[in-house]
Design a protein around this ligand. Structure first.
Ligand code: FAD
Length: 178
């Protein structure tokens, strides 16, 4: 896609902010296509043995599709877990670290993987996908463009401050168009 094609595409979006920005700004260089083959979670928490004195953390354990902006938050939460385990002098740090990290990773992983599976080309198990839930979240995101309460609620979930259940609370659902 060239610059004109990008502006034309952005002009089709409900929110015109991106199109306006593209029309009124000068590019710093040529467009570079972002290539991201797949979100990956290596299940070290399921290993029965792990070499003493080693750890895996951050993207090396789980890397998310970057468009959701969760990798650094998860890496920081993992660092917090590791810091506590080291401070406590826990035995078998690696096993505990992997178990506790898996609990942290689970929510964003489930959210991200479920959302990516809505793209027809994405490969994965779709049995747990709920089209009604997906349609509700689409309407929520569209309404969030002009509703700061919905915007805040959505960002709190994507930044891992609240769980996805927060988006289904009655006071939030009442603001989402039917
Ligand atoms: C395009 C893009 C946008 C993103 N946007 C966001 C965002 O908005 N918000 C967010 O939270 N996250 C975002 N992320 C994800 C975030 O960047 C990663 O989750 C985070 O950087 C992971 O930290 P890390 O320390 O595990 O790995 P990295 O930051 O990748 O650090 C690994 C380091 O190891 C070095 N290294 C690799 N191999 C070797 C070797 N053999 N020897 C020595 N050093 C080595 C690398 O050079 C690198 O410096 C984005 C990622 C991408 C690709």
């Amino acid at each position: 896609m060239d610059d004109d094609g990008m502006v034309a595409w952005a002009a089709e979006l409900d929110c015109q902010d991106v199109a306006t920005l593209l029309r009124t700004s000068a590019p710093l260089g040529d467009p570079v296509k972002m290539r991201y083959p797949a979100s990956t979670w290596w299940r070290y928490d399921r290993m029965s043995r792990f070499p003493a004195g080693f750890l895996v953390t951050g993207d090396a354990m789980c890397s998310f599709n970057p468009i959701y902006g969760q990798g650094m938050t998860v890496a920081a939460l993992e660092a917090t877990i590791l810091g506590r385990l080291l401070k406590d002098g826990s035995e078998d740090v690696a096993a505990q670290f992997f178990t506790e990290s898996a609990a942290v990773i689970d929510v964003p992983w489930t959210t991200v993987a479920a959302n990516d599976l809505r793209f027809p080309d994405a490969v994965g198990d779709r049995s747990a996908l709920d089209p009604e839930r997906g349609a509700y979240l689409d309407r929520l995101c569209a309404a969030a463009v002009t509703d700061p309460v919905l915007t805040t609620a959505f960002l709190r979930v994507t930044q891992l401050m609240d769980t996805p259940a927060a988006l289904f609370k009655p006071e939030i659902a009442a603001r989402v168009p039917a």
